[in-house]
Ligand binder design. Structure first.
Ligand SMILES: [Zn+2]
Length: 299
């Protein structure tokens, strides 16, 4: 009898710096392959056993299968994350963001969703019930103003209303709201002060990352560049591994839409799923920490 694991290839993933990121043993499960017209199933070998992953993920990770008849090379050490934390953040509360809910929960990942409360429940945006689902899964709900207003262009009562009323709306929904993101990343000392006065514990900008833990200024958190349609998974992984190589830090990833073909500020669901797989893998095996923004700041 053949064991289910008897056809085996070795897949090694290389970083752009030619350091080995990880190696994986890919197995064609002949039992499944024999009965599944969609093709073989691929597995990643982990200490806890084999985990099924998609062929697309393998290809995306840059795997180059090689036959095992050749003498296997010794497995190089995987990258060991000693000082890197990743936060997944979603801006605006678009309706398509709800699609990531099962992807996060199935992998035990939690993200921060910055909500424009004036848009909640309107066409194209998540409903209060959907936000509650995300919150109850352990995700964080943060504020992003009442109407997605550029805060450097409003003053006085209008500025306070945009920031404070938005937070109050989210509190009224029953969420714990301590994190804020500046629309378009625009802020100045006046708007920063109002964010503090309205009861927030931190505020995220849009560039300059990775930040440090603790950050130099919790009210100007530095994020990685916007994730746009042509941001590849390799680039996303490099943001994370690059931070570790440089001594570690806080890698805050900024997503907007989750869809294909909408606009440049979008990631498709498949790429996000592959990223979530990779992050969960690095967390489980190599010490990567993934937290919401509020968890990092210590809300
Ligand atoms: Zn926004």
């Amino acid at each position: 009898m053949c064991s289910p694991w008897d056809v085996r290839t070795i897949c090694t993933v290389w970083t752009p710096r030619s350091k080995v990121l990880k190696s994986a043993v890919i197995t064609h499960n002949r039992l499944v392959a024999g009965s599944n017209p969609a093709g073989p199933t691929y597995y990643l070998m982990k200490p806890s056993g084999f985990v099924e992953i998609s062929l697309i993920l393998l290809i995306t990770l840059g795997c180059m299968p090689a036959p095992t008849e050749a003498t296997p090379r010794p497995s190089p050490a995987p990258i060991n994350f000693t000082n890197t934390t990743v936060s997944l953040t979603f801006d605006d509360g678009a309706a398509d963001n709800y699609a990531v809910r099962p992807i996060l929960s199935e992998r035990g990942l939690h993200a921060t969703f910055y909500i424009v409360s004036g848009f909640t429940g309107t066409e194209g945006y998540m409903t209060a019930g959907q936000l509650r689902d995300l919150f109850e899964d352990g995700n964080e709900i943060g504020g992003h103003t009442l109407n997605h207003t550029k805060l450097t262009e409003v003053r006085g009562a209008d500025l306070e209303r945009e920031i404070c009323q938005d937070r109050q709306n989210l509190l009224d929904h029953g969420f714990e709201v301590t994190s804020f993101a500046y629309p378009f990343g625009h802020y100045d000392e006046v708007s920063k002060q109002v964010v503090k006065d309205c009861g927030y514990a931190n505020a995220r900008a849009v560039t300059g990352g990775p930040d440090a833990i603790p950050p130099e200024d919790p009210f100007a958190l530095q994020a990685m560049p916007y994730i746009v349609q042509d941001t590849t998974i390799n680039k996303l992984m490099r943001y994370v591994t690059g931070a570790e190589v440089e001594g570690g830090g806080w890698v805050i990833l900024v997503f907007h839409r989750v869809c294909t073909g909408y606009n440049e500020y979008a990631i498709d669901l498949e790429t996000f799923t592959n990223l979530a797989d990779w992050l969960a893998y690095q967390r489980d095996l190599n010490g990567l920490v993934i937290k919401t923004v509020g968890e990092v700041i210590g809300r």
